[in-house]
Design a protein around this ligand. Structure first.
Ligand code: ADP
Ligand code: LRH
Length: 474
């Protein structure tokens, strides 16, 4: 039997959980859960890194208070964002900028003037999104870069704070659009082509790397002793995909949270004219796999509505949305939805502009968002089939959004495929089990078997006649 701690920082909430692996099963207990989100100041949007660190320390303290013997701890988070550190290891530039910060406006075009779009894709295989790390770097102040000593992605920063080791873990590095999947290292051509200071990019290590013992400072602050800090698959989506309870072939996944990440697992990156045209991403997975997927705007749209409405009870909101009929179908990836805004108003505006019925009530607005997500998911599943030549019969939905029965049913009906929902906390489970594998307590290939043996899943079967797919994928 072994015990491990996972720290999972999502864009909307974070948790610290204790996992116990025994007899091929994993039980997970969430010790501490806390909200997360952007903090706006002077027109800039940041993450509250020190606030998150405080919550992490609190979670670790609760772990110490269990009195259990714990072998290791590892951190995962959302992708693309990073901190610049000075020579003393201190945070620079006001902390970590949020990927929804407006500083990236126009940076993608600047990048294309430095290196053709096709070449950037050929070297990285990453979906063009305005907030990719590459474009955030282009927006950095040259003086700050001059003074910087190193750059760490968010989970790497937490690992540095936990044990003093400054490296970048591969799955998250792969989201930056500065990483070459063929060499599993930073792409010198990209760094040089975009004029970025290569010396700031640390060594890349694979998921499941033992970094070292918890620092004496953190041990004193939390009461935890004897733990190794292990880099799991630090990109939350990579941890979630590692824990998809699938077997055999013919399946896709949706990591459903703030974003909907819709994809398949492939043995090698798929980087060609077709995947470029479809703007698909090739992110690194565990065990040398590739996550061929597409980012869809996801439940961020609902989160933003809830922020404006002051609603916190998701279950009740989705239950109400299930009582209204389907309405308009819009493109959830319309650029207007990316930044924090009056989301209900934006959804209504796009319905109006596209000549469709304008939803008025809260349940109607949520219904339009869920219908639109389901149509977009169905369209992406077809694209994935076309690009890989592999049929997809089953879709595994994991993450917070897997609890939305209405959305699972809509995906099933619109796509005509079976949906298997769960686990809700796949990211935590992937994180914990990659740590266990790193310590030799599990073979890497056994992670999904353990998840299957440990969780309850819900199956949604398609009705005989699927509805037509409306959305076009761009
Ligand atoms: P992230 O890791 O990106 O912060 P999560 O995987 O935690 O996201 O998923 C958050 C989403 O899960 C919320 O936006 C919400 O739509 C959905 N959700 C959370 N709790 C519930 C619930 N009780 N019932 C239905 N959906 C829920
Ligand atoms: C999901 C996620 C996703 C990224 C986005 C920025 O939390 O990591 O995979 O594309 O955040």
């Amino acid at each position: 039997m072994s015990r491990h701690l996972a720290i999972d920082l999502g864009a909307s909430s974070g948790r610290v959980a204790l996992g116990t692996l025994e007899g091929g099963r994993l039980s997970t207990r969430i010790l501490h859960r806390f909200p997360n989100g952007g903090v706006q100041v002077q027109g800039r949007l940041y993450w509250d890194m020190l606030g998150l660190w405080r919550e992490v320390l609190h979670g670790l303290k609760l772990a110490a208070e269990t009195g259990e013997q714990i072998s290791s701890v590892g951190v995962n988070s959302w992708a693309v964002d990073y901190a610049l550190l000075d020579a003393q290891g201190g945070l620079m530039g006001g902390g970590v900028r949020h990927y929804r910060d407006p500083r990236t406006t126009g940076q993608m075009d600047r990048a294309f003037a430095l290196m053709p779009r096709e070449e950037i894709y050929a070297r990285t295989g990453i979906q063009f999104l305005p907030f990719n790390t590459a474009y955030q770097w282009l927006a950095e102040d040259p003086e700050t870069l001059q003074a910087a000593h190193t750059a760490l992605m968010v989970p790497d920063l937490l690992h540095f704070w936990l044990c003093g080791v400054a490296v970048t873990e591969q799955t998250n590095a792969s989201t930056t659009q500065l990483y070459d999947p063929n060499t599993a290292d930073w792409s010198p051509s990209l760094l040089e082509g975009l004029g970025l200071p290569a010396h700031l990019f640390p060594k890349i290590v694979p998921p499941g790397t033992v970094l070292g013992p918890l620092s004496p400072e953190v041990a004193a602050l939390t009461g935890l002793t004897g733990l190794q800090v292990i880099a799991p698959a630090t990109h939350d989506t990579a941890s979630a995909v590692a824990a998809v309870p699938a077997s055999g072939s013919g399946w896709a996944y949706i990591s459903s949270g703030t974003w909907s990440l819709v994809g398949v697992e492939t043995a090698r990156p798929v980087i060609n004219a077709d995947s470029l045209r479809r703007n698909l991403t090739n992110e690194a997975g565990v065990n040398h796999t590739t996550r061929l997927l597409k980012n869809i705007m996801g439940l961020w749209m609902v989160q933003e509505c809830c922020r404006l409405w002051g609603v916190t009870d998701y279950a009740a909101l989705y239950a109400e949305a299930a009582t209204v009929p389907s309405g308009a179908v819009i493109d959830p990836d319309d650029a207007r939805f990316l930044a924090p805004s009056d989301m209900p108003g934006q959804v209504q505006a796009l319905c109006r502009e596209s000549g469709q019925a304008v939803p008025q009530s809260r349940p109607q607005i949520v219904r339009v968002i869920l219908d639109s997500l389901a149509h977009k998911v169905a369209a992406v599943l077809k694209v994935l089939e076309d690009v890989t030549g592999q049929a997809i019969q089953t879709v595994h939905v994991v993450g917070g959004g897997s609890q939305i029965a209405l959305l699972n049913g809509l995906i099933t009906d619109v796509s005509g495929r079976t949906v298997i929902a769960g686990p809700v906390e796949a990211t935590l489970e992937g994180n914990l089990l990659v740590q266990a594998a790193a310590l030799g307590l599990l073979k890497p290939g056994q992670v999904r078997d353990v998840v299957r043996a440990s969780v309850n899943l819900k199956t949604f079967l398609p009705s005989a006649l699927p509805s037509p797919v409306h959305s076009e994928v761009s």
